[in-house]
Each structure stands twice: as C-alpha cells, then as structure tokens.
Ligand binder design. Sequence first.
Ligand code: ATP
Ligand code: MG
Length: 142
Amino acid sequence: MPVERTLSIIKPDAVAKNVVGQIYTRFEQAGLKVIAARMMQLSAAQAEGFYAVHRERPFFRDLVNFMISGPVMIQVLEGPDAVAKNRALMGSTDPKKAEPGTIRADFADSIDANAVHGSDGADTAAEEIRFFFSGLDLCPRA
Ligand code: ATP
Ligand code: MG
C-alpha cells in the first residue's frame, strides 16, 4: 500500500471535550503518524477558505460558525493508505449513522458538531495540507 499523507482536523467540539489525546491514540494504533500539528482558533475568512467547496451549500454558514467557535487541532497524518484509513477511523459524517467504534460514533453529537475532519482524496489532501502547513513544518520519519 502506498504511503500517503492526509489532513486531519479535530474540531472545536472534540477539543472542548478534551479528547485530543484519545483521538491521537486512534491514529497511532491504526499505523498513522502525526508528522505536523498546530492548534489554532480559525478566523471566519480562514474557515470560509478551507471549506470553499461547500460555499453554495445551505449549511455553509453554520459550518463556518461552528469551526470558529473554539480552537481546533490540525494535523498531517502519514502512513499506508492514510486518506482512506483516516476516513474509516472517522466514520460517517452524521454520527447517528457512524459505525460503532469510529471517532464520530464515540465522540460526536451531531452532523454539525462531528468531532473531526479528514481529507476525502489524494488531491484534496495535498491542497488542504498546503492550506495550513509549509514543507518546512512536515517531519516525516521512518
Ligand atoms: P469533513 O469535510 O468535515 O471531513 P465530511 O467529508 O464527512 O466532513 P462533507 O460533505 O465534506 O462531510 O461536509 C463538510 C462538513 O459540513 C461536515 O463535516 C458537516 O459538519 C457539515 N455538513 C455536511 N452535510 C451537512 C448537512 N446535510 N447538514 C449540516 N451540516 C452538514
Ligand atoms: Mg469533506
């Protein structure tokens, strides 16, 4: 399986619940390495830019307001099949439909406050990593 990188965000609801460490443990136990990380409180312009693909969707304003409601923890994950593996760990967008044992089933409350973001493909992963990190921030290792 090819080694890939993906962008993950632990959203304000999960940061507020103080489960950053528990979510990191899931990444690590699945063979994903954190190779860059930063905690920050997004501005509205940053959240709008990050979620620009959704700007025409009816939930866009709520999504942006939620993402700026508190600090988020942003990381680059690296490992075999990282994009799909992270999506599998996350579970379905709506936590009510998320498979038991997934991050969203265990930590999320609603489709808005759904604990984590993960890139949904190789191209979006590269774009999203560039949005938050420079090459110098990445610390890949064997
Ligand atoms: P994310 O991009 O955050 O990883 P996702 O890829 O599972 O989640 P998307 O379709 O990309 O889901 O939607 C982005 C975010 O917008 C979702 O995480 C969710 O918080 C919100 N969202 C998506 N669909 C809806 C909806 N029907 N109603 C309300 N919010 C929604
Ligand atoms: Mg998405």
